[in-house]
Design a binder for this molecule. Structure first.
Ligand SMILES: Nc1nc2c(c(=O)[nH]1)N(C=O)[C@@H](CNc1ccc(C(=O)N[C@@H](CCC(=O)O)C(=O)O)cc1)CN2
Ligand SMILES: Nc1ncnc2c1ncn2[C@@H]1O[C@H](COP(=O)(O)OP(=O)(O)OP(=O)(O)O)[C@@H](O)[C@H]1O
Length: 216
């Protein structure tokens, strides 16, 4: 029943993405993302404006089709000094990470309809100082429930992340921001979800950043 709800939501949201032309908002989204990352550093001891530490990383992704365009976001974060990583699909819905830089050669994944940089693949644990993870989504609600494309790639990845963080005493959790078009953020509706869905902490749209869930 619950997965039927998810399927119905997905087909509605995909139809809306196909049928509605969206104004190009890549530059605005890039500004929103950079300002949010900067604010994380401000809240973490007044570091805003100071140079990034060498090796500070962000996990993001390369948008496809009618997803909000992340091309400029990736370029902006890289130019600001972040080491920027994007996911690579692996068998059994697992994900590895690879470095994105402007002009990096790319190939189409054999496992999902996405482009991926050619280059060394890293496990998340191999990445140093990940400041935040930006995730693709079809929709997100006010509690941080994220509806993705339905592969379960990110849910599996996040489950591993939580297990790993839980095993390290005092480890700080990484902020998780779903990226959607503004009308795909549903602050007052509860999206269908199950026990395997890992909630996100934030949402980014071209209209701005919002903190989600009980921690806000
Ligand atoms: N840009 C992007 N990269 C990603 C994901 C994603 O959702 N978006 N993934 C998340 O797990 C993983 C790949 N899995 C995917 C599984 C299904 C579809 C998919 O069905 N896409 C739609 C088109 C989407 C659109 O145009 O808005 C399709 O092909 O109909 C995409 C990615 C990792 N990389
Ligand atoms: N931690 C997990 N371990 C094993 N299977 C999982 C896990 N998380 C999700 N799944 C399975 O993956 C499938 C897709 O899950 P779901 O519909 O929540 O995907 P999604 O979050 O929309 O997709 P994505 O994360 O790829 O964007 C479901 O069959 C679900 O049971």
């Amino acid at each position: 029943m619950k997965s039927l709800d998810k399927a119905a939501w997905r087909s509605q949201l995909r139809a809306q993405r196909r049928e509605q032309p969206f104004p190009a908002a890549g530059a605005t989204l890039a500004k929103v993302a950079l300002a949010w990352l900067e604010s994380l550093r401000t809240n973490d001891g007044g570091l805003a404006g100071s140079p990034l530490s060498v090796g500070t990383s962000v996990c993001a992704y390369l948008s496809i089709g009618s997803e909000p365009d992340t091309g400029e976001l990736l370029a902006t974060l890289t130019a600001a000094g972040y080491a920027t990583y994007v996911p690579v699909c692996e068998p059994d819905f697992h994900m590895a990470w690879t470095r994105w830089t402007p002009g990096v050669p790319m190939v189409r994944s054999t496992l999902a309809p996405v482009m991926e940089p050619v280059g060394k693949r890293f496990s998340f644990a191999e990445l140093s100082s990940v400041e935040a993870i930006l995730l693709p989504a079809l929709a997100v609600d006010g509690d941080g429930v994220r509806l993705g494309q339905g592969g379960g790639y990110y849910d599996r990845f996040l489950a591993g992340l939580t297990a790993e963080a839980g095993s390290k005493a005092g480890s700080k959790s990484v902020p998780l921001a779903a990226v959607v078009h503004e009308h795909e953020f549903f602050p007052n509706i509860s999206l269908p979800h199950d026990d395997l869905d890992a909630p996100v902490t934030d949402v980014l749209t071209p209209a701005g950043h919002r903190r989600l869930g009980k921690q806000s």
